[in-house]
Design a protein around this ligand. Sequence first.
Ligand code: GBH
Length: 504
Amino acid sequence: MKLAVLLCSILAVCHGANVKQTRTFPNYFVFGVGTAAYQIEGAWNEDGKGENIWDYMTHTNPSAIADLTNGDIACDSYHNYKRDVEMLRELGVSVYRFSVSWSRILPQGLSNYVNEAGIAYYNNLINELLKYNIQPMITIYHWDLPQRLQELGGFLNPLIAEWFEDYARIVFRSFGDRVKYFVTFNEPSEVCSGYGSLGKAPMLNETGFGDYLCAKNLLLAHARAYHLYNNEFRPTQGGVVGFIVSVGSTAPLSDSDEDKYAVELYAQATWGIYADPIYSKEGGFPKELVERVAAKSAAQGYSRSRLPDFTEEEKAFILGTSDFFGVNHYSGTYVSQSLYTSQHAIPSSLDDIEVGTYSPDEWLQSASWWFKLMPNSVYIFLKHIHARYPDVRIYITENGWSTREGIMDDERVDYYRSALEGVLDAIDEGVKVHGYLAWSLMDNFEWMAGYSERFGLYEVDYEDPNRTRTPRKSAFIYKNIMKTRLIDHEYEPESYVMTIDEGR
Ligand code: GBH
């Protein structure tokens, strides 16, 4: 036993030390990994695929991406999907979350023309997964809107709800006989940040307008797809449909009532706006947020709130439309009213709530500017969701750490171990977490950061035309956790040669 561990067990203070090593993940708990189409597939214009907003943006405005790259080839998973499935078998996952590309299936966005080659690609992938007993989880929309629909307004056009429903119908009809987990949207906050900032395609930067309008339209699109599944597909296919929000952890900077209230407002503005309409008791957007935006809008001279509210009928239509709470999580911050500065764009959602955030310098910085390690953040956000929506079944659909190149990723190993301790802590306290999907299976196109930030359990060699994938240390550690269903903080891989454990 290492000295540090010995001390920990004597003092019983070190979070995640071997004191807790005997705790196992419950039988119902599933493990897996995730990816997304634009980030891995490449083949951006092959076999009839149409152009999407990321193709368009990276081609017309290359300097939007930190390293001037794009997803034209990415990990080339369009040609390498069998290797991807082999990696999933090496790891021993039971769930693989991937997204389907709208413009690969419907090149022009609308359902009058279906690209059969696109359907065939996903059929091949799904069949390969099922051959090895790996359950597919399909994200129907992970940020890659067909460019044509963008030209028609994208998520600012209320018709997006109908366009999305038509697309979802083709996805359910084509794959739902074999796929039992669906997610409509990945991270609406990021989808809508494409309309309320320069942070994502289509970079509309209509702060405090575009993002709010997108939120409303996206939730209606989600609800339509959910009802469609419920009415037309669930009776024969018997799967589940969820929705994924990203939730950062928060702690009040001080004990003051103002700061506690700031935490609530921040939660409302960053994820409650998307989650409350579905999971809260009454439905609709969060009450204080609605009041704040209305008051700010009035003070700014607008004749109506910049946050368009739902009708009562729309509220009822959206309420309850998710079979599980999918949540992506990376980190968190301190939140305080006293940190509010007028640095936020005006108008904007953070300006509307008049709240600021702070992450201490002592927190370990990842390779991504927005992301430092907040101690215990997984436990904190799980408790927060549980407190807000006590009955909901939670799947962590993304969680991971970013580094630069390199196979020996001890930071990522530590991150995963302590994140999973946080999951066990939350389960011990009655939080209904049913699964954990690491982000990501392999390095991939990290949106505005290009290939400069790496989230993979496998490293991808982008210099190599074959896009060779090599397991990192974290791949061996995560594999061992999934296999033993416990977190052994002492475990070290015997070798760095990956093999498939047959007969799982
Ligand atoms: C996920 O997004 C994505 O689903 C996935 O595709 C991606 O690869 C992965 O994470 C890693 O980034 O408010 O200015 O501080 C997470 C996106 C990006 C959401 C940073 C919160 C905070 C920006 N997160 N963002 S800011």
